[in-house]
Each structure stands twice: as C-alpha cells, then as structure tokens.
Design a protein around this ligand. Structure first.
Ligand code: SF4
Length: 227
C-alpha cells in the first residue's frame, strides 16, 4: 500500500498551536488559582499542545473556534482559521487514507457556484444533467469522475452537503469550496474524512467560481487504492 506524507505549511501549524495555547489559558488560570504555582498552568498549556500533536477533530475544532473570533478582534486575517482546518484536516486525511480508498467509495463534493450563473441545466440533484458544454468547470469535473470512478455530487450549502454524505456513505470526501464553507464543512463532516481543494473566485464570492482540475485529480489519485 502506498503511504503518502504531505507537507503542512508552517503558517497553518502556527495558527493551530496559537489557537490551542489560547484555549489552554482558561484551564491554566483555574489551575493557577487552585495551586498558586506558576508551573502547573505552564504544564497545562504544554499538555494541551502535546495532545494537539495528534490533531484529532476535537483539537482542530477547539483551535478553530478560538482562532476565528481572535482573527476578527485583531482586524481579521482573511480565512486563517478556515485555512488551518483545511491544511491540517486534508493532510491528516491523506496521511491516514492515502492509497487505500476504492475510487467508488470516494465522493467528489462540489459547490453549486461552480456552475456558470446563466446555465439553465438543473444539476443540483443530478449533476449528469450537465451537457458538458465547456462553459464552466462542472463538465470537466464530470469527465474526471468518469475517468477515475469516483461519485460526484453538488451541494448548494452545508445541509445538502451533509445529506449527500449521509446518503452516499463515502469512505472519504474530496470537497471543493471556498475557505469559509470548506473549513466549517470539514469539521461538520466528522467522522467522514475530507480532503479539501479551495476554489478560486475571480468574479467574487459565490459567482462563477473556478477550481484547478489538476489539483482535484491529484487529490483523488492520492487517496485512491493502487491497482
Ligand atoms: S458545463 Fe455547461 S452545461 Fe454543464 S453546468 Fe457548466 S455551463 Fe452548464
């Protein structure tokens, strides 16, 4: 079986441990009030960060929910909390499942905003209503799904995304979305592992978005079992 190790950028790791350290200050203060010894709060912070090395969904969620309001308080640093979840969550999924998932148990989950805004094909409940005219990335992603054998679904929001996951019961999800939806969605999908690919938004949020098909294909290939 192919084992794949993926590089996680230092920025995401820094944000992750910043969130965990900030979170652990709360129990740290309680420990200080009880023990009146400075080293016990320090040990609490260290313990939380050491446990955080396992990067479970719980610790990712803890760091995310602390980082998100912090980014807002300090003037907002884009999607730092979401990008931390996307980078670390995808890395964990690919490390754990890389090269081991049958293609037909992978769900390629796409956002509705990839569809060209003036296209009248109804693709939300059946992506194969798309005629693959080349007007937007949906046709190429259907070609990719045909080529690799993965399932494909399109969601207009978190509720429909969760419904697709519940109904199709994939072993892993390759999800395309904007950082905001992807970060929260990856946490919500637990315990189903997700590898995320961010879309680009040249026309602004939620309108005629684009995605790098090669990145989606590479992510699928890294998950798929070697035959
Ligand atoms: S590829 Fe063409 S038919 Fe398919 S969703 Fe995009 S614009 Fe519509």
């Amino acid at each position: 079986m192919r084992r794949v190790l993926f590089w996680v950028n230092h920025r995401s790791l820094f944000h992750y441990h910043l969130g965990l350290t900030t979170f652990s200050l709360f129990p740290g203060v309680i420990v200080l009030l009880i023990t009146h010894q400075w080293y016990w709060p320090l040990a609490t912070v260290l313990l939380v960060n050491i446990l955080g090395l396992f990067r479970t969904n719980l610790f990712l969620a803890l760091s995310f929910h602390v980082l998100k309001p912090m980014a807002g308080m300090f003037g907002g640093e884009g999607f730092a909390a979401e990008e931390m979840v996307i980078a670390l969550g995808s890395n964990k999924t690919l490390q754990k499942l890389g090269g081991s998932v049958p293609a037909e148990r992978i769900l390629l989950l796409l956002p509705h905003c990839l569809q060209r805004h003036d296209c009248d094909r109804r693709i939300t409940f059946n992506p194969y209503n798309c005629t693959r005219c080349g007007g937007c990335p949906v046709g190429s992603l259907l070609d990719l799904a045909d080529r690799t054998g993965v399932k494909i679904a399109i969601a207009t929001g978190g509720t429909l995304a969760r419904r697709h996951i519940k109904e199709l019961r994939p072993l892993a999800v390759v999800a395309v979305a904007c950082p905001r939806d992807l970060g929260q969605g990856m946490l919500d999908a637990y315990p189903v592992p997700v590898a995320g690919v961010e879309n680009s938004r040249p026309a602004g949020d939620c309108l005629d978005t684009q995605v790098d098909i090669a990145s989606v294909e590479e992510t699928i290939n890294r998950l798929t079992v070697n035959r």
